[in-house]
Design a protein. Structure first.
Length: 271
């Protein structure tokens, strides 16, 4: 059983919803990321989504784009992100880590090499946002050969055929984008999310995480009542940006925000 599957099964048995924070690896500096990951887990994160810096992050809004620029400016590349995960694993062998990024760095490294190195570092899966299921066969094969999951995005506009196609190849969980647009855009419509998740669960036998547009405890609680996981990215990354000149304060500040989200999610009850 993978760490991701085990995490969701444990939380389901406990009647709880997962909290998945996103941070960009190396933002604002590589030295901050591992302590930040540990602090988020201590505050209640169940899985960490770690962004791989890329020069053309088409799915991301301006907040995460700026984080990517800061990390790239510090020289952080895919191999450095794998090193960060390896460092994290020296003290944490339980919390799943999923890399979020784009295909180009993986293609440069090679699917098989990426899978080998990611597995060796302690990565549990990848969300490659610009790889549709029709073009992901080689990557799926490489990752599954190393016991790694490939997570896919689903959108409000995804039709039944698309949902079923993704459900046939996805593993670990699926990531439902709760608003139309890039990360950090739009306002959360919980009624619409609830209706869409009911449709998705008829066609996908995987946990469903919901992200994009969740900015505070109230939003996290509303999503927690219907989703298997609450995914929060831009709200965290904005707080990191606000403290970019005081990096020593980042783990504590983000940890406090994660604890606030955790309390709100637990207070809402599971899906």
């Amino acid at each position: 059983m993978s760490r991701i599957q085990g995490m969701f099964e444990r939380l389901r048995a406990e009647g709880r919803t997962a909290l998945i924070p996103f941070v960009t690896a190396g933002d604002p500096s590589p030295e901050v990321t591992v302590p930040l990951m540990h602090r988020m887990v201590a505050a209640g994160a169940d899985l960490v989504e770690l962004g791989v810096p890329f020069s053309d992050p088409i799915a991301d809004g301006p907040v995460i784009q700026r984080a990517t620029e800061r990390a790239l400016g510090r020289g952080v590349r895919l191999r450095d992100v794998l090193d960060i995960v390896r460092d994290f694993r020296r003290e944490n062998s339980d919390t799943p880590v999923v890399l979020m990024g784009y295909l180009n760095p993986i293609e440069i490294m090679g699917n098989e090499a990426f899978a080998d190195l990611a597995a060796a570092a302690g990565v549990d899966g990848a969300l490659v946002v610009d790889v549709p299921p029709e073009e992901s066969h080689a990557l799926v094969k490489a990752l599954r050969g190393k016991g790694l999951d490939l997570v896919y995005l689903l959108a409000p506009t995804s039709n039944a055929e698309r949902v079923e196609r993704i459900g046939a190849v996805a593993s670990g969980f699926v990531y439902y984008v709760s608003v139309k647009g890039v990360t950090g855009a739009g306002n959360l419509d919980v009624d619409a999310v609830t209706a869409k998740l009911a449709e998705l669960r008829k066609r996908i036998d995987l946990p469903v995480g919901v992200g994009f547009g969740i900015k505070d405890g109230a939003g996290a609680a509303s999503v927690a009542s219907v989703a298997d996981a609450v995914i929060v990215g831009s709200a965290i990354v904005q707080r990191i940006e606000d403290l970019a000149e005081s990096p020593e304060r980042i783990p504590e500040t983000i940890g406090a925000f994660i604890a606030e989200l955790r309390d709100a999610i637990d207070g809402a009850g599971g899906a």
